[in-house]
Design a protein around this ligand. Structure first.
Ligand SMILES: Cc1ncc(COP(=O)(O)O)c(C=O)c1O
Length: 375
């Protein structure tokens, strides 16, 4: 679907005396563009090639603001939004902006592996709340509250969650926000699988506020648009946080790829059609993997709620998640990930990534089901 993105390279280059003007055909060829009339990019080609200034492309920021208003009723100002180079960069920048030495950030385990490094880089401290596996890794608010200390600066909430695929209810999200208000800490909403949600609980955390205040939203085009290579995302937060984040971005990457930002505009304008197709495709793959996985002896699986990961319980096999990872790779030549890589709460689980077609998944499961341990 995305291979078809086509630019009109006439217009700007034709009336602009620039380095690129003289080398138009060379650049077109290098970038693999084709010319086409009536695209969104008429007259904006130059912007795809010239650098933007932090907080980056104003048109993409406007388009992002429009999306939050239309989809979630949230009012975002131009000074409450920054475009970073994807979710990883966004999280790094947010941690650098927020944390002083010893400040604590709570992560709900099992959690995305890089949170630990991102928190520790500015000498912050990761505080782990182990979500109970028997409830599909749902949050118990009373238990979570026990993790809050006077040094709590923020909590990261990732829903739908990598690796568990868990989608938190509105009640849970409101409960977390209430805790943040009670103890005065921030909520970092890692919304990067926002569109890959197969439940009715699709309201993002930011939509519970009228303006960005306590919630910092981190977003990426990697999963929701399957545009991993663009390295594109956004951060939405209170303007003081964005101001500091802009200074950090300026020092780390200065600006980010202008070309990616132009593609971001294209993606946001077509988000409904792109994301519906993606969601349906991933759900189909997840259901297939879920059914095949559930048929294996000694394996338990939860009905998929979101993302494209199946987090399967292998405790009954009596072997560790590391050993299971090794054996599946060795005996079936299939790569899964050991659950303990996502924090201790993930021990006894393996993560299966459904980013490949049903045909490829079928081949993988045909091999896995022949392993002695699952017969
Ligand atoms: C929960 C979560 N957050 C953030 C990221 C970073 O995404 P990216 O840097 O590709 O935008 C990932 C990537 O897998 C993720 O799973």
């Amino acid at each position: 679907m995305y291979k078809g993105i086509i630019f009109d390279m006439d217009g700007v280059l034709a009336d602009t005396e620039s380095y690129y003007t003289n080398r138009r055909d060379e650049y077109l060829g290098l970038m693999g563009y084709q010319r086409q009339e009536n695209t969104d990019f008429t007259g904006s080609n130059e912007k795809a090639l010239w650098e933007t200034m932090v907080p980056n492309d104003p048109e993409l920021r406007q388009e992002t603001i429009k999306m939050y208003k239309e989809d979630f009723g949230l009012t975002v100002g131009m000074d409450e939004l920054l475009i970073p180079a994807g979710g990883t960069h966004a999280l790094y920048v947010v941690m650098q902006a927020l944390l002083d030495e010893g400040d604590e950030v709570i992560a709900i385990a099992p959690y995305y592996t890089y949170y630990k490094d991102q928190i520790e880089a500015p000498r912050g401290k990761l505080v782990v709340y182990n979500a109970p596996s028997e409830d599909g890794f749902d949050v118990d608010l009373a238990e979570l509250e026990k993790c809050v200390t006077t040094r709590a600066k923020a909590i990261i909430v990732n829903t739908p969650c990598n690796p568990s695929g868990k989608v938190y209810s509105e009640e849970t999200l409101r409960g977390i926000l209430a805790l943040a208000e009670k103890y005065d800490f921030l909520v970092i909403a890692d919304d990067i699988y926002g569109a890959l949600n197969f439940t009715g609980n699709t309201r993002p955390l930011c939509s519970f506020e009228e303006r960005p205040k306590r919630v910092i939203t981190v977003y990426s085009y990697s999963k929701d648009f399957s545009m991993t290579g663009l390295r594109l995302g956004h951060i939405i937060a209170d303007r003081e946080i964005i101001e500091v984040a802009c200074n950090i971005c300026g020092a780390v990457t200065f600006t980010i790829s202008s070309f990616s930002q132009r593609l971001g505009i294209y993606a946001l304008r077509r988000r409904k059609e792109i994301q519906q197709g993606l969601r349906e495709e991933y759900q189909k793959r997840m259901m297939y993997a879920y059914e095949r996985m559930s048929r294996l002896k000694h394996v338990k699986c939860r009905y998929p709620e979101g993302t494209f990961y199946i987090f399967a319980d292998i405790t009954e096999t009596g072997i560790s998640s590391m050993e299971m990872w090794d054996r599946i790779l060795d005996e079936a030549h299939v790569l899964v990930l050991p659950g303990d890589g996502f924090g201790a709460a993930g021990e006894g689980y393996i993560r299966i990534c459904c980013t490949v077609s049903v045909e490829v998944l079928k081949k993988a499961f045909d091999r896995i089901e022949k392993m002695d341990i699952f017969c």
